[in-house]
Design a protein around this ligand. Structure first.
Ligand code: PCA
Length: 198
């Protein structure tokens, strides 16, 4: 059976809950749409998160990769179009604060997602789940992990679908912080629909 590497992130910054943690954990070991799902939770650490993804790629040799992250304040599911070769943004969970450095000195400026991002958005909307393509994943850890996955695939001649999807806050997080939110059920349903498009 084919393997899908599905990653989420731990909590970070002022957000005590990261809804992507439980999505990765709950789908870990499940079989869905012809894929065995390997669900893993990454740290929010500029020195480690990308390496963790690459190690998981080397260990499992997945046939597809979907990485998930929280985009607090967004109101819909947003597959990301592009990852850029830049680390910037607020402090990570280990206290590192980059200042616009390249992720790989010799890396491409950017890599486009190889997930079927248009199809994902169409299918989500057909199921009445709000979605749109995002043209920037920022320069924080979500961009960093997406870049690492696509860079590794390029360097190793892998033609697998690989990319990143940002999701809105869950209600549990929005109770703590005032922001747009979705039920955990709908977030999970949205990610399963994304997996169905592969
Ligand atoms: N979102 C952050 C990092 C971890 C997460 O879930 C981001 O958008 O970069």
């Amino acid at each position: 059976m084919k393997k899908l590497l599905l990653t989420g992130f731990e909590a970070f910054l002022e957000f005590p809950i990261n809804p992507t943690t439980s999505i990765a954990q709950s789908l870990n070991g499940e079989q869905y749409n012809g894929y065995e799902i390997i669900g893993e939770v990454l740290t929010v650490d500029f020195h480690k998160s990308g390496k963790q993804l690459v190690e998981l790629m080397e260990q499992h040799k997945p046939d597809a990769i979907i990485s998930l992250g929280l985009a607090a304040g967004r109101n819909c599911i947003t597959p990301e179009r592009i990852a850029i070769n830049c680390n910037d943004g607020p402090v990570d969970n280990e206290g590192h604060k980059p200042d616009g450095e390249a992720i790989y000195e010799d890396g491409a400026d950017g890599y486009f997602s190889t997930l079927p991002i248009k199809k994902i958005v169409e299918r989500l909307k057909e199921e009445k789940l709000p979605a749109k393509i995002s043209n920037t994943a920022g320069a924080y850890l979500c961009n960093n992990v997406m870049y690492h996955g696509l860079h590794y695939a390029k360097q190793h001649g892998l033609t697998i679908p690989s990319g990143f999807i940002h999701i809105p806050a869950s209600h549990a997080l929005a109770v703590e912080k005032n922001m747009p939110s979705w039920s955990e059920e709908d977030l999970l349903k949205g990610i399963k629909i994304a997996i169905e498009t592969l």
